[in-house]
Structures are given as C-alpha cells and as structure tokens.
Design a protein around this ligand. Structure first.
Ligand code: SF4
Length: 291
C-alpha cells in the first residue's frame, strides 16, 4: 500500500481574525463606534478567507481613516478627502485586488464630496464604507455635512443652521449600483452588509451609523429611530429605495438598492481589446488619427 504524499493534498489555509490584525491597537476613544466597524471588517475578511496581500484598504484623514493601520492587508492612508480617486487608481492598475475605502462623513462628504458623484457613475468595483457620526471627531467636534439642524457644537454654540445632506438619497440619485446602511452597534448585521457590499461587482456605498461618544453621543437616540428595511422591499426599485431614504421618522438600515451594471474595469478592458484590433499604435499612425 502506497503512503499518500501529503504535499499533493495540502490542507486549505483557514485564516482567523488574528491573521488580519496588524498589531497596532486602535487609539479611538473607549466606546467609539469605529471599534465595531473594525471588528466587522475582520469578520468579513475571515468569512472570505482573503489572503491579506489580495486586499487594499484606502482611507483619507480623520479618526475613522486610521483604520488601514490596524490591518495586515495593504493600506494607503491618503490625504484628506482623496481616498476614492486613489482607490480607483489602485483598482484600475490591478483589477484582481479587492479594494475597500474607509473614512468618515467629513472626509467623504465635505472635503472629498466632489468625488462621490463620479465614483457612483463610473461604477469602479470598490466598497466604500463611511463611518458616519454626524460630526468631525479628530478636530474636536465641529459640525459635518450630516450634522442635524440645531446641533450645539464648539463652532455652533447657538445650534447648526445648515441642512444636513442625505448620503443614501445622494448616492441613489448619482447612480450607485449598491447602496446600503448599517449601525455599528449591530455587528452581525453590519458584517452581513459588508460581505454583500464586497461581493457586489461595482461601486458599493455603505453608510454606517457609527457614534462619536466624545463629541456627539447618539447611543441613546439613534437606536430609538433605527429600523430594518422592510423584508418585502424590492432592492431593484429605485423609487422605493428613495422613499425609504427620505423617511424622516425612521433611520432605515439594510440594502436600499442593488443592480448589476458593467464595471469601470470591465469597460476599460473591453475598450482595450477593441483598440488592439487596430494594432499597436505607432507614433506615425497616432498623428494620422488626429490629422
Ligand atoms: Fe471616535 Fe469621536 Fe473619539 Fe474620534 S473623537 S475616536 S470619532 S469617539
């Protein structure tokens, strides 16, 4: 009887959260909602058994943008508000990578707000997770684009007079192909949304209610309004998704909208194949084209 050669049937490597922890401990305030988001990201990486070298996490600036430093995946802690275009460049350079973008509401909706419409319409295969606490945390509590009217902060001692933006309605209107919201206090639900977001082929936008316990503690108020999206909601119905997004009584969590469309990388690849039918351009025929 021959002895089986174990080298021919290697055991599949099963990773645990330890494989994704960089060893840098988060320095967020105790109770910050971002701890929950990080924990769910570990859960999602474990669920997919990702090799850390196949994942890139890109961030901007802010408390939540520290996140890539806590992972063993590749990471890019970029400049304020510029995480999305950096991530798009990473994805186009190597479409095999799974690219996740993390940041806060100030970084994403104010400083980087101009990038959101273009990411939605281009449909690059990225997962954008916004830890939305409705305030600037790192710079010590100024109003952000999602702060509610009347919010009393150091810079608005008489209450904010600015209407907040609605990130879900905004991304739906701009044409994002996956739009969801979740709450950092519900880790299992959040992990499911992260898994669905990263599985989606195209631009996935995930707004996470993630309380800033230090400058705007919403742990008591938000859970009273947070409600799951009704089970009979049709995620392909844009009008129904907008109606849920605009509800002023409830803060719905779940998947609002999802549809399949060609990604930016697929379209670029197709364009490249088409152009190659005409051969590799030389300097001469390049000039000829524009004569
Ligand atoms: Fe979190 Fe707010 Fe502390 Fe920043 S300031 S780490 S957002 S609780």
């Amino acid at each position: 009887m021959s002895v089986p050669d174990k080298r021919e049937t290697p055991e599949p490597l099963v990773r645990t959260a330890k494989d994704y922890k960089s060893g840098n401990d988060p320095i967020w305030c105790p109770g910050c909602g971002d701890y929950g988001v990080l924990a769910s990201l570990y859960d999602m990486l474990v669920a997919h058994n990702y090799d850390p070298k196949d994942v890139v996490v890109v961030s901007g600036i802010g408390c939540s943008s520290r996140l890539p430093g806590f992972l063993t995946t590749y990471g890019f802690h970029g400049v304020h508000g510029r995480a999305l275009p950096i991530a798009m460049g990473v994805k186009l350079a190597n479409p095999q990578l799974s690219v996740i973008v993390t940041g806060g509401d100030g970084d994403g909706f104010a400083i980087g707000g101009g990038h959101i419409p273009h990411m939605c319409r281009r449909n690059a295969d990225l997962t954008y997770i916004v830890m939305d606490n409705e305030i600037y945390g790192l710079t010590k509590g100024q109003i952000s684009p999602t702060s509610p009217i009347g919010l009393d902060t150091g810079t608005t001692p008489l209450g904010s007079i600015e209407r907040p933006i609605n990130p879900i309605a905004m991304t739906l209107i701009y044409g994002a192909t996956f739009v969801a919201r979740t709450y950092s206090g519900k880790r299992p639900d959040m992990t499911k949304i992260f898994i669905k977001g990263i599985d989606h082929k195209g631009f996935s936008f995930i707004d996470v209610y993630s309380p800033c316990i230090t400058f705007y503690d919403t742990y008591k108020t938000w859970p009273q309004k947070i409600a799951p999206i009704p089970e009979d909601h049709d995620v392909t119905d844009l009008q129904a998704a907008l109606k849920l997004a605009m509800d002023t009584e409830k803060m719905y969590v779940g998947i609002f909208y999802q549809k399949e469309e060609p990604t930016l990388e697929q379209q670029q690849e197709q364009m490249h194949s088409e152009s190659m039918k005409y051969g590799v351009p030389t300097m001469e025929n390049f000039y000829e084209m524009f004569r």
